[in-house]
Design a protein around this ligand. Structure first.
Ligand code: HEM
Length: 150
């Protein structure tokens, strides 16, 4: 029996990992729900940094050279539903590439564990109180809508 420990990173391999991440960002940039958040962003950089992050998270001997998660996302207005949509795209792409089951589970768990660093929004359900407060800032929500003049 070999004494060399193999990591989940060895199991997926650097090349398959890159193919998954490239496909993932292809879908993310084109997505009707979250694509707008990526307009004008450097896709090649995102792929590179995400590859490093995923490789490291899977036990690869790779350094992450990007910004900390909280800092990278601080100026992106990410709601809970946006986070969940990204997670679903990741789930779909991992399945489409028939990625090793343990790698899939670890990657998805790790993504969920980082939620609080990405968005202050807990879930994707509608928060009625917060929505009402937003409306009050914009004006009186009970006032009739003004009729458009012809
Ligand atoms: C745990 C989940 C997430 C991970 C692991 C992740 C990973 C990353 C990484 C590695 C970067 C590059 C950092 C750098 O440039 O140094 C980045 C940037 C970015 N992420 Fe995420 N991300 C996550 C969630 C999200 C979500 C939910 C959205 C929006 C739906 C999002 C939108 C963006 C955008 C727009 C940038 C570019 C920011 C900029 O350069 O101005 N991310 N993300």
């Amino acid at each position: 029996m070999s004494s060399t420990a193999t990591s989940l990173f060895d199991r997926i391999g650097g090349d398959q990992l890159r193919a998954v991440i490239e496909d993932f960002y292809q879908h993310v940039f084109a997505d009707v729900m979250i694509g707008f958040l990526f307009v004008g962003k450097d896709r090649a950089r995102l792929i590179e940094k995400e590859w490093e992050l995923a490789a490291r998270m899977l036990g690869g001997n790779v350094a992450y050279t990007g910004r900390p998660m909280r800092e990278a996302h601080a100026r992106v207005p990410i709601l809970g539903g946006h986070f969940d949509r990204r997670l679903q795209i990741l789930r779909n792409v991992l399945a489409a590439h028939a990625v090793d089951a343990e790698v899939q589970a670890t990657w998805l768990d790790h993504t969920q564990a980082m939620r609080a660093q990405i968005t202050a929004d807990a879930g994707s359900e509608c928060d009625h109180d917060a929505a009402a407060a937003r409306t009050q800032v914009a004006g009186d929500s009970t006032a009739p809508l003004p009729l458009r003049r012809r």
